[in-house]
Write a protein that binds this ligand. Sequence first.
Ligand code: PEP
Ligand code: MG
Length: 583
Amino acid sequence: MDKAESKEMVLRGISGAPGICIGKAYLVDREGVDLIKRYAIVERDIPAEVNRFKNAVKKAKDELKAVVESLGEDFSSQVDILETHLVLFKDKLLYGKTIDSITQEKINAEWALKKVTRQVKNMFQRMEDDYLKSRVADISQVSEQIMRQLMGAQDIKISDIRMRVILVAHDLSPADTSQIQLEHIKGFVTDRGGRDSHTSIIAKSLNIPAVTGLGTATVNVQNDDILIVDGSTGQLIINPEEDTLFRYEERRARYEQYRALITRESHLPSVTLDGHAMKLMANIELVEEVVSVRDNVAHGIGLFRTEFIYIDQKRFPTEEELFDRYREAVELMTPQPVTIRTLDINGDKVLPYFKNIGEENPALGLRAVRFSLQRPEIFLTQIRAILRAAAFGNIRLLIPMITCVEEIIEVRKLLDRAIMDLTNEEMVFNKDIPLGIMIEVPSAAIMADELAKHVDFFSIGTNDLIQYSLAIDRNNRQVAHLYRPLNPAVLRLIKMVVDAAHRQNIIVTICGEMAGDPVNVPVLMGLGFTELSMNPGSIPVIKQVIRKLNYQNVCKTAKTVLSMDNTEEIYRFVQATYKDILE
Ligand code: PEP
Ligand code: MG
């Protein structure tokens, strides 16, 4: 479409992170974030282009060999997979055909590889044999590794974008999003994505507006189109008319004034009108966010999603690297607590160097503590680093995705082993740290009374508890409308966990995204939480809400909603009851 004729268009998606931004569109590749361009090459440059491809293959292969060598015997299944990859690098199909394509079609190596990968994948997908079919994932991964080398970067190149733009992508993984540089990216929109996906969570941490689940953003937007991203309402406006632009400029200014105002009041206490005090903690992904935690005056860190340290690397980090990061966070926050959650990878958080081959249902797969227990060496490295950092401040240890008592017992065994080893090695560390578990799977909520006997605290992860109890993929836009934290089943599960924790006399907190949404706060407080953990940016708003609430009233509200059976009615009831506060 000719730009001069382009008409204003509004697309509705899912609010990923609040705020409004206005700027030019920058489309990333429609099939993912690889920014691959096609260009023609002249005859005499063909040998150089082929060599560039061969060098990239060699480098990718060398890198993989180094990973294989560093893995050792405990990783025999992973080594097998990676060895298959090593063979695939020189496979006739991928290697040979890409060279043919460069030579015959006179195109750049990136484009040739992309094209050949698609052909080879299609070919394998059509095969009858299930084993051969499952090789598709291997081919993609090998191709990606070569592509990264070709493009001269270790990873996807969002970090290389040097213009003040709004990213438009089919999908962004949590790893892609964590590369966003604030001085260059104003906001982003994606076709895919559901509610409380990790991609949205990172957008909130970065404080940039985002809309996900738009379905056709990459089809309707062209590079350099003017966009308005309204992350608060989940709307994308493409090529706005002048008066729309004017209206949104005003709205943006008002939103920013409001943010500035409430942030200035962040130091005020989070105590209700009738004197009930709440602790507001922050969720972080990286140590760098501690600054924002302090700016927003949190009472500590309620959730440190440590997997992002792993995602940002080329291999599993060493104990020393982890120790340095944890120690830094702890020292910056001392004397306030830092809740370090052990590795929660897989699901939608895939490590570039450890792809979980062949999982049809990654959210139900080898995720979180399941991975840690299957790879004790990796887990031990992490808990040793945590125990050592605990000598420098106040740490709570949190284990993700526990589903049964046996897993806690296994974790304790490994914890004891780490303590024994550190003692024998005469290391400085602190073994007296509270051990807690995330309650984010229905089986854990059902068994809460029993689990509570084995741990010091619970942290309810509602992002996953909603996903697993209501059977709603948190990354799927098709079912995002069903993903509602005030669903009565979710509230009753939460109530069960809170009651079990109180009966067993252990602390219970909540760290899912629902804790950072004002409408949920009266209900959560009434259910008995005294500590809420959320994105640091939400703390000022939630503090302000708490200061206007009356504890006696929220207890009554919780009682009423627990007797209700209809999600929409619960929302309407809470909104009507707290109309003046929630406006
Ligand atoms: C949760 O599931 O609610 C949670 C806090 O963990 P994550 O969002 O990292 O899965
Ligand atoms: Mg979770």
